[in-house]
Write a protein that binds this ligand. Structure first.
Ligand code: UFG
Length: 331
């Protein structure tokens, strides 16, 4: 297949592009390189530099594109609340432009990077896809709006567009290629994610890690999250494209699937895992809760398993951290 990966110079997008290439597809990466890195675009992919809305017609009109994996997004939760316009334009307006271009050029398949942030503070755990969606930040609200738009476009296309929204939980780890050295991993100019921040302490790049709250209603009082290895996440995108190629999208043409390991780890458990893997004492200090953080976010992966045939293979937290650590040390 010929597939377009938007945001393919970013963390998740580059790993998805790598997996798609390894499976024998032709891949075109679209990325404006504002947060992505040119050298993260996997060998073998063609890079088109530009905003998705600006280049969609050029890329999709050029030939027989079989599908789009749409990862390009603004994705900083804190920033989204401070600068909502950047998120409503950058995420929602851009994706509507992409959806219009998909329709104009009769592209039949779309896989979208959605997020657990669409659910907000859950009432039950693990979270299933029919749980209430009440995002607590602008980032989650924009991704939820896009999920709705995709559902509407797919339903109105009379079978012309099939789509899968994958709601990622906490993506972590790094892509380990055939060399065994992780080549693609997380490197954000502004890092806000727990595992890379903790590893920065082990690398001597920061003094300590702040633990955002120890008074949550969890066993050790710190927030619990569901960490999923980026290679497992990428595989789900391939399975989603397979399902769409088989014409097995549900009625209405849009499937929403959570992607997580189904197991929660607390902030303190993550820090302990980082200590084991790095051998560094990693000083930690309790800090106030971070605004908008839910206490517990754990995915039910039942639907991904049943509908996509997806099963994560990297369920061991130390293994996920070890890949992230190997990548961090290689930079
Ligand atoms: N945390 C700390 N200290 C830090 C950084 C994070 O204690 O310095 C805690 C957070 O409070 C949270 C956990 O570590 O409890 C994980 O935080 P991350 O920032 O790594 O990830 P989030 O759970 O906040 O965010 C992830 C994705 C988002 C997505 C969200 C769903 O990165 O894209 O899950 O709520 F929106």
């Amino acid at each position: 297949m010929t597939l377009v990966v938007t945001g393919g110079a970013g963390y998740v997008g580059s790993v998805c592009a790598r997996h798609l290439l390894d499976a024998g597809n032709d891949v075109v990466v679209v990325d404006d390189l504002t947060t992505g890195h040119r050298d993260a675009v996997p060998d073998g992919a063609r890079l088109v530099v530009g905003d998705v809305a600006d280049v969609a017609d050029e890329v999709l009109g050029a030939g027989d594109v079989d599908g789009v994996v749409h990862c390009a997004a603004r994705s900083l939760v804190g920033e989204s609340t401070e600068q909502p316009a950047k998120y409503w334009h950058g995420n929602v307006v851009t994706t509507i432009a992409l959806l219009d271009a998909l329709r104009r050029h009769h592209v039949p398949r779309l896989v979208f990077s959605s997020t657990a942030a669409t659910y907000g503070e859950p009432e039950t755990s693990p979270i299933t896809e029919d749980a209430p969606t009440r995002p607590t930040n602008t980032y989650g609200a924009t991704k939820l709006a896009i999920d709705h738009a995709i559902g509407n476009y797919a339903a109105a296309s009379a079978g012309g567009l099939g789509a899968v929204s994958l709601r990622y939980f906490n993506v972590a780890g790094a892509h380990t290629g055939t060399t065994g050295v992780p080549a693609l991993g997380e490197r954000h100019a502004v890092e806000t994610h727990l595992i890379p921040l903790v590893l920065q302490v082990a690398l001597g790049q920061r003094e300590e890690i702040a633990v955002f709250g120890d008074d949550w209603p969890t066993p050790d009082g710190t927030c619990v999250r569901d960490y999923i290895h980026v290679d497992d996440l990428a595989e789900a995108h391939l399975l989603a494209l397979d399902l769409l190629a088989r014409g097995e999208a549900p009625d209405g043409g849009h499937l929403v699937c959570n992607l997580g390991n189904g197991t929660g780890f607390s902030v303190l458990e993550v820090i302990e895992a980082c200590r084991r893997v790095t051998g560094h004492p990693i000083p930690a200090r309790v800090a106030p809760r971070r605004a908008g953080d839910p206490g517990v976010l754990v995915a039910s992966s039942a639907r991904a398993r049943d509908q996509l045939g997806w099963k994560p293979s990297h369920t061991d937290l130390d293994g996920i951290v070890a890949d992230a650590w190997a990548f961090a040390r290689s930079r």
